[in-house]
Design a protein around this ligand. Structure first.
Ligand code: COA
Length: 199
């Protein structure tokens, strides 16, 4: 040990835990919807415009939208630091891949290195379920592309998806094999969330 901090984020970062959102937890679903709506509204209005974002918020982040996704096999987790929700993530199995549909942090919590811990958690869930890669879509104009690339994801194709009412999602699809994920030695062991079955 040479006395150096383990990584550049050590000053600001707190330990995080992952709290699973259960489909029957109505209060939790409302909490998730408020958290998601706040983050997504602020982040995507400038990228896709308010009208499309309002449409997508209703479809994916409203109470009904989240309930529907939970019923259809999505797994949602709050990301918590010191007992407070600082972000969330969601995923579901897609063939032999784990599809990471959401990875979000409050703006005030970005830049502290939490996303590496979040992706580490997602990779561990994929491996637990014997899924061999993690895949995600990211809007072509979303700066988070740089972060995914830094974390080791590689672009595999472009995709333009019709989401109804005349709106499209113009995305890159990124993927990483679970065996390509390299845990940095400074990452703490993953906080134990209840083991989940991914079907
Ligand atoms: C995506 C998100 C969760 C990432 O979290 P974050 O706190 O901003 O990113 P981190 O601080 O964890 O950075 C992760 C890595 O990317 C690097 N990084 C951060 N910004 C970068 C940039 N602009 N260019 C290159 N690398 C960058 C960091 O240095 C870090 O690398 P390191 O661990 O090797 O030092 C967060 O930015 C977010 O919620 N964004 C808004 C919502 C969004 O776009 N979500 C994705 C939807 S597809």
């Amino acid at each position: 040990m040479n006395g150096k901090p383990p990584d550049a984020h050590w000053r600001q970062r707190m330990p995080i835990t992952f709290r699973k959102l259960e489909p029957k937890d109505g209060i939790g679903i409302s909490e998730m919807s408020s958290l998601a709506t706040g983050i997504v509204r602020e982040h995507y209005d400038p990228i896709i415009g308010k009208a499309q974002n309002d449409y997508m918020l209703e479809l994916f982040h409203s109470v009904d939208g989240i309930r529907r996704q939970l019923e259809n096999g999505s797994h949602y987790f709050f990301v918590q630091a010191a007992g407070r929700n600082i972000g969330f993530l969601a995923f579901f199995p897609k063939g032999n891949r784990l599809y990471l549909s959401k990875l979000y942090l409050l703006k005030t919590e970005r830049g502290k290195g939490y996303s590496r811990l979040m992706v580490d958690f997602v990779m561990s869930k994929a491996r637990e379920a014997s899924l061999n890669s993690v895949e995600l879509n990211v809007n072509k104009n979303n700066d988070s592309i740089r972060i995914y690339e830094r974390l080791g994801f590689k672009v595999i194709r472009s995709e333009k998806n019709d989401i109804g009412s005349g709106y499209f999602m113009d995305d890159y699809v990124y993927a990483m094999k679970t065996d390509k994920w390299r845990r940095s030695s400074s990452l703490p062991e993953i906080p134990i969330a209840p083991r989940i079955e991914i079907h």
